[in-house]
Ligand binder design. Structure first.
Ligand code: FAD
Length: 411
């Protein structure tokens, strides 16, 4: 057993995994958390159910990273998605696999995941101190400890696992970037990822609260004249624009955001081509022959959407169905198949699921997570310039980098 003293800043999934791994490797570990309890963000993940990881192999995991995938090879080889599932199962947390290989606790309670990690670290004798770290103590390019308001705590190694800067109320306020920058590391530009989008179109606000299932969302980068995203799934209209699973995923492909650079197009009927949809429309119109158009589309579209689609098509909503022309039908089909929104901006970073950007991975050794600039200083989790799609991949980044940082810091 070595007597190495390791301090870990931040008791999120990365910090708890790092602290446990360091303790298992024989180090004397102190975990420092500024909140009154550990894992506050973890507790709200997956809408309170926690999508723990994705049940996939390492190549699939790497393919789902949206920043610096190559940097993650060593960490995921050391602690894979399958290792994560085994880790929790061995600690009594039963898991289940859902659509898209998403792993959840069988209990559907994110708090059970927090408890499992808490029991893991405390069971290994890790001391948890609820206190805010204020800075690092660095001498001769080596870390010597952590500074608090009222004291300095000395150590052989320090692991920064302070998370990103979204959902600040959970404690992720970007302190890790400040500490890393003060120690000479480059911080790449911080942007929201997996974030809702503000739309410029005035008529979108009327759709607030409407959620659409089984639609296709396609996003185009107008400046690059390139389609950057196209998937089928669910989305939601909000008072500011659009949100929901498809929109969050699309946002990870919109890094060059500026007002109206991107357009998002909804195909409300992806299973029907224009011709088939026209036949379907014709059927509905003949069924409601003597009614106004505005009262005849209820079988085809959600109620809230009907006036907006008709308004956009430029047809008088009180046109009788039996006088609708071929041309007018085509105008309607255009809106149903290619409902276009102009994206103004991301919602603020505080509303993002993850922060894109962070400690530049060029300053970090991927085999150990140790800083290349400051000896004994390690990084784990979202503080690094690493992020991924939804599906459990972001938490897997936290456990894999945490595991590797903890073991490396202890040795
Ligand atoms: C609403 C929401 C839902 C999500 N759902 C999922 C999901 O289902 N699956 C998934 O894979 N990912 C999900 N994510 C992303 C995931 O939660 C994060 O990627 C992950 O929590 C990052 O882990 P971390 O340990 O690096 O940082 P964090 O979880 O942010 O933890 C950092 C910790 O450091 C502490 N800290 C910060 N500064 C200091 C300081 N100066 N002193 C002491 N302590 C400090 C903070 O209080 C915090 O407890 C979700 C995110 C959000 C916001």
């Amino acid at each position: 057993m070595n007597e190495k003293k390791v301090l870990v800043i931040g008791a999120g999934p990365a910090g708890m995994m790092a602290a446990g791994a360091a303790a298992e490797s024989g180090a004397d570990v102190v975990l420092i958390e500024k909140n009154a309890r550990v894992g506050r963000k973890l507790a709200i993940t997956g809408k309170g159910r926690c999508n723990i990881t994705n049940f996939c192999d390492n190549e699939t995991f790497i393919a789902h990273l949206t920043a610096n995938p190559r940097f993650m090879y060593s960490a995921i080889n050391r602690f894979s998605c399958y290792d994560t599932v085994a880790f929790f199962e061995e600690r009594g947390l039963k898991t289940k696999v859902e659509r898209g290989n998403r792993v959840f606790p069988e209990s559907d309670k994110a708090l059970d995941v927090v408890d499992a990690l808490y029991d893991y670290v405390t069971g290994l004798g890790v001391k948890i101190i609820l206190k805010e770290a204020k800075g690092l103590v660095i001498e001769d390019c080596a870390v010597k400890g952590i500074r608090f308001d009222d004291e300095i705590m000395y150590a052989d190694a320090v692991i920064i696992a302070c998370g990103g800067m979204s959902y600040r109320a959970t404690g992720s306020t970007g302190d890790g970037y400040t500490f890393a920058k003060a120690a000479g590391h480059t911080i790449t530009p911080l942007l929201p990822s997996l974030v809702p989008l503000n739309a410029s179109d005035d008529d979108i606000a009327a759709l607030q609260g409407l959620s659409l299932k089984n639609i296709r969302l396609t996003v185009t980068d107008n400046a690059a004249e390139k389609e950057v995203y196209s998937e089928k799934g669910e989305m939601l209209f909000t008072h500011f624009g659009i949100s929901g699973p498809l929109v969050l995923s699309a946002s990870a492909h919109m890094r060059n955001m500026s007002p109206d650079r991107y357009t998002a197009v909804i195909d409300m009927k992806p299973a029907l081509d224009d011709e088939t949809l026209d036949k379907r429309l014709l059927r509905d119109l003949s069924e409601f022959a003597n009614k106004d158009l505005i009262n005849s589309l209820g079988k085809l579209l959600p109620k809230k959407l009907i006036p907006v689609v008709i308004q956009r098509s430029g047809i008088d909503p009180h046109t009788k169905c039996n006088v609708m022309t071929v041309q007018q039908r085509h105008l309607l089909i255009e809106q149903i198949k290619r409902f276009t929104m102009h994206i103004h901006s991301f919602r603020p970073i505080n509303e993002a699921i993850v922060t894109h950007g962070g400690v530049d991975v060029k300053d970090v050794d991927p085999r150990t997570m140790q800083s290349k600039l400051v000896k004994g200083l390690y990084f784990a989790g979202e503080v690094l310039d690493l992020d991924a799609y939804t599906g459990g991949f972001n938490l897997q980044i936290a456990y894999s980098t945490g595991r590797l940082a903890g073991e490396s810091a202890a040795h």
